[in-house]
Design a protein around this ligand. Structure first.
Ligand SMILES: Nc1ncnc2c1ncn2[C@@H]1O[C@H](COP(=O)(O)OP(=O)(O)OP(=O)(O)O)[C@@H](O)[C@H]1O
Ligand SMILES: [Mg+2]
Length: 264
């Protein structure tokens, strides 16, 4: 497996007005993801999952630490531009993350249009192709987000992420607001796309069931730090940290003897 992206000793502090010491949202986190791999990032609310994942794509500043993309340091604006073509970020909120006044064609094809890649016809064709890849119809291109359900909107967000043929997609709680059955459809779509397009994911979620279903490897965060990481089976069979044991115990209907994802 080829390493795509690596963060070393990532730290993010926020200045809080009226407070002397900064809030340390991410504290010395090192992680990496390789081609075709699915890394689950879990932890309670406020543990720093979103901050880390946003730092990895350069939409959140690093207070300190280093990023490496394809083994090369990412420092300049140009480095981050290159990274952003191959590493996409999909947000949680299927309602807020799509511009309501833009058609699906405009939203999904935005990266191609901005860069003027190909002819207008070729760009339309590519949009139609990615829409079909995520289980929508080519004809959906002319519609506006308002007519789509939450699950369909996340498919549109995924289509937008896929248009530049990224090698890694960071999914931040992308199934959180969805019904369980719709969630399962999106998770299966992610697996299918991984097999078909050889794309890797960092899948951020506070829902261990979902993470277990999807991931090859799990990273557990607490208060800005990594408290545990390892292969999925290993973490579920023998969690080291008490915190991880608590997270596992908190999963509804989780039957450790079967190790199954009953609700999925
Ligand atoms: N822009 C900001 N300004 C100040 N503090 C912030 C900011 N963004 C995040 N934080 C703080 O950093 C910490 C980590 O937040 P983060 O959003 O990364 O957690 P999370 O694990 O993604 O949580 P959730 O599961 O709720 O999405 C929290 O204490 C949060 O309040
Ligand atoms: Mg978050």
């Amino acid at each position: 497996m080829t390493e795509i992206l690596r963060g070393e000793h990532l730290r993010r502090e926020y200045r809080i007005p009226g407070q002397r010491s900064p809030l340390v949202a991410v504290d010395d986190v090192s992680l990496s993801v390789s081609s075709g791999e699915i890394v689950g990032l879990v932890g309670e609310s406020g543990s720093g999952k979103s901050t880390v994942s946003r730092m990895l794509v350069g939409i959140e500043q690093l207070t300190s630490g280093d990023l490496y993309f394809d083994g090369k340091p990412v420092r300049s604006r140009g480095d981050f531009r290159t990274l952003r073509e191959d590493v996409q970020y999909v947000f949680q909120d299927p309602y807020g993350s799509l511009a309501p006044h833009l058609t699906v064609r405009q939203t999904v094809g935005d990266s191609l249009d901005l860069r003027g890649l190909g002819t207008p016809k070729e760009r339309d064709d590519r949009v139609a192709q990615v829409l079909e890849e995520v289980g929508l119809r080519a004809a959906d291109a002319k519609s506006y987000p308002a007519v789509f359900s939450g699950g369909q909107r996340q498919r549109i967000s995924l289509a937008r992420a896929l248009i530049m043929q990224p090698r890694l997609i960071i999914c931040d709680e992308i199934t959180s607001g969805l019904d369980v059955s719709v969630q399962a459809q999106i998770l299966n779509l992610l697996l299918e796309l991984r097999d078909r397009l050889d794309v890797a994911y960092i899948f951020v979620s506070h829902d261990l069931r979902v993470v277990k279903y999807l991931s090859d490897r799990i990273i557990v965060m607490k208060q800005g730090q990594i408290v545990e990481e390892g292969a999925v089976e290993q973490i579920f069979a023998a969690p080291n940290a008490e915190y991880t044991r608590d997270l596992i115990a908190a999963v509804p209907h989780f039957d450790p003897t079967r190790g199954s994802t009953a609700a999925l």
